[in-house]
Design a protein around this ligand. Sequence first.
Ligand SMILES: [Zn+2]
Length: 254
Amino acid sequence: MNILDYLELSDRLKNYLLLIEKETGLPVKIFQSQDLGIKGARAAFNYHPDYTVVVLNTSEPRLSADVERSVAHEATHGYILHKLGFCRAVFTEEATDDVKKKVNVLFSMVDDLTVNRIIPEHGFPPFGSEYLAMLKKEIEVASQGETQGEEFYSNFTSDMEFEDIIMVSRYILAWGFLKYYPLPSGIRSTLQKFLDAYSKAYPHHYPHARKVKEIIIKRNVFTAEGECWAMQEIIKLWGFEGVVKTVSTKDIKF
Ligand SMILES: [Zn+2]
């Protein structure tokens, strides 16, 4: 079901979605699903060659400002693929659904840096009201040590490799906000507290986060060229290069 008609969208969001449709030449579709692949996930972007597809999990109540920001965020994933030619993952037949899920989170981790930088230009905050509350919880969890940390993140998946990828993406998200966005000093110090606690608490995950960070700062990942290069390197870190290719959406449409 296309739920676009059922959501009461603000004029700001309607205009932004129209702009994305105009720039990409593709309609934006919003669907509803209870399962977005990660437990607790509330919104997702799905690649389709002819549409920008946003999927919302509406099973839990959220502030309308957060829903609006989520829709703007996910639709912007379509914009950077279809308009800016960012890379996406193309899988071989051997790739399992598990690997696909993991690689998609790795892409989001890097693409979110650009997406969260674009949406404030159109009046949406870089993160929603739920983010800081979660970050404070994550600081608390990290201060209790790695076992407690892993237990906390295992709420999102029972697969240990996927858990590692989710943990790394949490680090990169917070680090990216601190490095690339102008934010009030109170928020900056909370982000810094999380990064400090994380690097101390998680000796089995922080080295992966650090390697990803090193790759991201080597090139300009806010450009298609830089993102495509970084994604190739990050996919190699987890050994997925045999089953996935990074393909610019400008070169191949299918
Ligand atoms: Zn995203």
